[in-house]
Design a protein around this ligand. Structure first.
Ligand SMILES: Cc1cc2nc3c(=O)[nH]c(=O)nc-3n(C[C@H](O)[C@H](O)[C@H](O)COP(=O)(O)O)c2cc1C
Ligand code: SF4
Length: 664
């Protein structure tokens, strides 16, 4: 997606980041991660794409970096079908395929392709060229005493295992000369896969050994599940204990990451000499303008990352990145959206509104969708009334934030409430559970229903589309009741037929409130939909550490007064589990009654001066908080214009042009 990525990165550069880097960039067809997204510097076409990116980043006054990637055993090579290579012949990480043990010719070819890619990066006017020895990639595999059992000069002693990394740095310096800086991204500790690299051991040895060779040290810990931990499992700055030694070992500048969103914390780290630069993946996704806001003293305008890893999940799916906090992320090219600017209302032709009205838009429901719709519509200049049935704004973001580990979800509400508070054209009405009559009388020409959804208590979910037999026989604890503070004693059977993060957070919360929990799920693993957010192993670890009993591959079929009956999905065997309460976490019921009543009375709508009635967010189709925020933003953007989606498309080759290949 060269156009989408270029537009996204240009926005980050505009937002004030000093350096904007590419994602992992393959040096040759031996490192191919299709269908996951990565960039390539294999040939002149790639160089042309890269030059366009560098140009866009430079246009906004930032430097451009490219991360040259050689995968080794973590390569899939689904597209290229090239046998993957590694320090030794070993099973690849993701495919039913083994690597080839690299011989001297392979090593020479690999260095050659790295050098050629560095030359292309230089020709494309990139400013920083990375050697990438993090996230389990090839140079790190060579360093590992576990993954490298070679007996030649690339194996055995520490110096031998570090040889490839040193050579790649030297080759890259040699290729780019003094035109580009050469950076090393290095995982000083590989905590989630013990391959013998630790900050107290050979991680530190490596930094000492190569101390002055890179122009920039970019250090982290890894692989991905540790480096990119969610807020539930890692605080801001969670990598500091591992990476802070680096500055004491080298005189070269150092960049560190750690989901940094607090300017004071960032400044303190630089002032104390712990790091020279703050690196950011997720904070720059949630707010591409974070640095500019710091520079302008607009700290309260920073839209802080909530650490949910929806960005990681979408990235792995091969679509432009999606973000819970930033609905414009990934839409810079596709829809032409900018995170800070939005077309004023007067630039679009609005349908005629008759009579004088106090508000242009009545938004019903102050959850993530309603809040974002109100904020973005008001930013466009519309006069917005936001009616909230309760006494606080935030809806499900606020409620989920009360659960163990999810407090950062409150940022979704906090940022929007803070922005709305500064807008004279938004008025919030609390304690306003509106009836259809209230809405018809209100007189706003645009009405948007964002009334959310509530968790079902009858057991309908992924594996059962009908209510579970006898579900009311045992006291039911709905997810909503737990979020509202229910603290049952005794034994709770929590039945997860939702399969995402919420059930595990509810289970953890119940344990902290004194319940004994048995977690039953029809899935074969706990929280399978959290695999793409990288959380699943950490969730399992936490549940085990809390003493939660786990029953997988079981579907709930019947409930009696003090017992649930489940059936093993694959064997069909029945299992009975005692319980004092049952907590079904299965699916949600859209709160769509208000919308439907209005929709079904079109004449009353037109009599009431309503020209546009819509529903958005969970009351439309329950989903992620990210879906709801996006729906709210989309509402504001498309109030009076049609939505258009632009895609990156490669042109068809002319039919008389031969396919590229050795026969040409
Ligand atoms: C969507 C996404 C994609 C990422 N892709 C890469 C990548 O291609 N190369 C890399 O070295 N790190 C990648 N990372 C990891 C980040 O560079 C960073 O080390 C990690 O997320 C921790 O920093 P943060 O807390 O600022 O997000 C990615 C992170 C995210 C969230
Ligand atoms: S999706 Fe979540 S973790 Fe990723 S940047 Fe956005 S708020 Fe942060």
């Amino acid at each position: 997606m060269p156009n989408a990525l270029r537009a996204m990165r240009e926005v980050k550069a505009e937002g004030g980041w000093g350096v904007v880097c590419t994602e992992y960039c393959s040096t040759d067809p031996g490192s191919d991660n299709h269908p996951h997204p990565f960039c390539t510097l294999w040939d002149e076409t790639d160089q042309h794409v890269m030059a366009g990116l560098a140009d866009a980043i430079h246009r906004q006054g930032a430097l451009a970096g490219v991360e040259l990637w050689m995968a080794g055993y973590s390569s899939r090579n689904n597209l290229t079908r090239t046998p993957p290579v590694a320090a030794m012949s070993m099973p690849t990480k993701y495919a039913p395929l083994q690597t080839r043990h690299m011989d001297k010719a392979d090593l020479r070819a690999l260095r050659q392709s790295h050098r050629a890619a560095a030359l292309r990066a230089r020709a494309a006017e990139m400013d920083i060229v990375y050697v990438y020895a993090s996230h389990g990639n090839l140079p790190l595999q060579f360093l590992s005493p576990v993954q490298n059992r070679r007996t030649d000069e690339y194996g055995g002693s520490f110096e031998n295992r570090a040889r490839l990394m040193r050579e790649l740095l030297e080759d890259t310096h040699d290729a780019v000369g003094d035109r580009c800086a050469v950076a090393l991204r290095f995982a000083v500790s590989t905590l989630d896969a013990d391959i013998g690299i630790a900050a107290e051991g050979e991680g530190r040895d490596l930094v000492e050994y190569l101390a002055e060779l890179p122009d920039l040290w970019d250090v982290n810990i890894g692989g991905y599940p540790t480096d990119t931990r969610t807020a539930r499992f890692a605080e801001e700055g969670a990598q500091e204990a591992h990476v802070d030694f680096v500055k004491t070992v080298t005189t070269k500048p150092v960049v560190t990451v750690g989901r940094y969103t607090s300017p004071d914390l960032m400044a303190a780290r630089v002032r104390k000499g712990k790091t020279d630069f703050i690196g950011a993946a997720r904070p720059s996704i949630a707010d591409p303008f974070l640095p500019r806001k710091i520079a302008e003293g607009r700290i309260e305008d920073i839209r802080e990352c909530i650490g949910c890893n929806i960005c990681v999940m979408s990235d792995a799916q091969g679509v432009p990145i999606r973000c819970t906090q930033n609905p414009t992320m990934g839409e810079e090219y596709t829809r032409g959206w900018h995170p800070e600017h939005i077309a004023p209302r007067d630039t679009q032709i609005a349908p005629a509104v008759t009579g004088a009205v106090e508000f242009d838009i009545l938004l019903v429901g102050g959850g993530p969708a309603g809040l974002e719709a109100a904020r973005a519509s008001a930013q466009r200049g519309y006069r917005v009334a936001l009616a909230e049935a309760g006494t606080a704004l935030g809806g499900r973001a606020l409620r989920e934030a009360r659960l163990a580990g999810l407090s950062s979800f409150g940022r979704v509400a906090d940022w929007r409430i803070g922005q709305i508070a500064k807008m004279p054209n938004v008025e919030v009405f609390f304690d306003s559970r509106l009836t259809p009559e209230d809405i018809l009388e209100f007189g706003a020409p645009h009405v948007c229903i964002a009334t959310g959804a509530s968790w079902r208590t009858d057991g309908t979910g992924r594996s059962s589309f009908a209510a579970v037999e006898g579900i009311g026989a045992a006291p039911i604890l709905s997810p909503d009741a737990i979020m509202d503070g229910a603290a049952p004693s005794g034994k709770v059977v929590l039945y997860d037929d939702d399969h995402f993060y919420l059930a595990s957070a509810l289970a953890e919360t119940l344990v902290t409130r004194g319940a004994r929990v048995t977690f039953v799920t029809g899935a074969d693993i706990v929280s399978p939909l959290c695999v793409p957010t990288l959380e699943q192993p950490a969730i399992l670890r936490r549940m085990l550490s809390l003493g939660i009993e786990i029953v997988t591959s079981h579907r709930l079929v019947r409930v009696t007064e003090r017992m649930v009956e489940c059936v093993h999905i694959w064997s069909g065997e029945t299992r009975r589990i005692d319980c004092d309460h049952i907590a079904p976490v299965t699916s949600r019921e859209p709160e769509a009654h208000l919308y439907r009543t209005l929709r079904d009375a079109p004449h009353r709508l037109s009599d009431g001066g309503i020209i546009d009635l819509r529903r958005i967010g969970d009351c439309d189709a329950p989903g992620l908080i990210a879906h709801a925020v996006y729906a709210g933003h989309h509402y504001a953007r498309t109030l009076t214009v049609r939505d258009t989606v632009r895609r990156d498309r490669s042109a068809l080759q002319p039919s008389n042009q031969p396919a590229p290949g050795p026969d040409r």
